[in-house]
Design a binder for this molecule. Sequence first.
Ligand code: ADP
Ligand code: MG
Length: 264
Amino acid sequence: MAQDTSSSRSGTAAVKIELADVRKTFTTEGHGTLDVLKGVTAEILDKEFVALIGPSGCGKSTLLNIVAGLLAPTSGRVLLDGQEVRGPGAERGMVFQQDAILMWRKVLGNVEYGLELRGVPKEERRRIAMEYIRLVGLEQFRDFFPKELSGGMRKRCQIAAVFANNPEVLLMDEPFGSLDYPTKVTLQEEVLKIWAREQKTTLFVTHDVEEALFLADRVFVVQQGRIATIVPVPFARPRQAGIRALPEFRDLLVELWAYLSERA
Ligand code: ADP
Ligand code: MG
């Protein structure tokens, strides 16, 4: 498949994730069957940042959960490095919209948790956890419980916890959906900073077109159960908050809004 890539990606990058005619039908109680995904086919390149946008209920979370291996497709396949995904795996880290955080553990304990599960020795675990806690700016809060943090800080903690596990692929499902605009914008910049440093393949679901354009190399638009349009994002990296004001950025925003409003 021919790939449109942004200026920051080489056209010869390897395919990391392949979505091959992924379909998902839900059988509901009393509402018949629901064909949510009707043949999603796409390739995500190694180290690429792809944003997945679409109106609420179009199947974004369903698709992400299938890539995560938390949900099986009705038919079709997801390939990761050419291998079919058949369940969750440590090489895929997920950040959910809701607070997926252990309330009885402090920040440090939360970020160490995955490393602990994998049997990483205590000192090593602490060193890695502290590195990511620092990276998300929470070092002064390492001994705070989640309930003592703001929503934005809890999100930072989750991001640190996911990155500390060193996944190859990062799956984010509207992670900033519940945050106020300034916090969201700050976290978007922080995610880009960490992403640039760590070079993870990222699939980021959002219904926020501006967020998608600020973050991604390419934006996949989900319509009618398929990826109907792929929009390459031409802005050079590193990206500063101010690019949102560029006429080219506004033009792309308008283009993407139009796709979203064309839904039946
Ligand atoms: P999005 O994340 O784009 O808002 P979802 O993937 O969560 O959308 O849901 C897509 C559609 O699938 C919705 O209509 C939703 O009601 C339906 N759906 C999701 N999960 C289930 C399920 N487990 N059982 C039945 N229907 C579901
Ligand atoms: Mg969703």
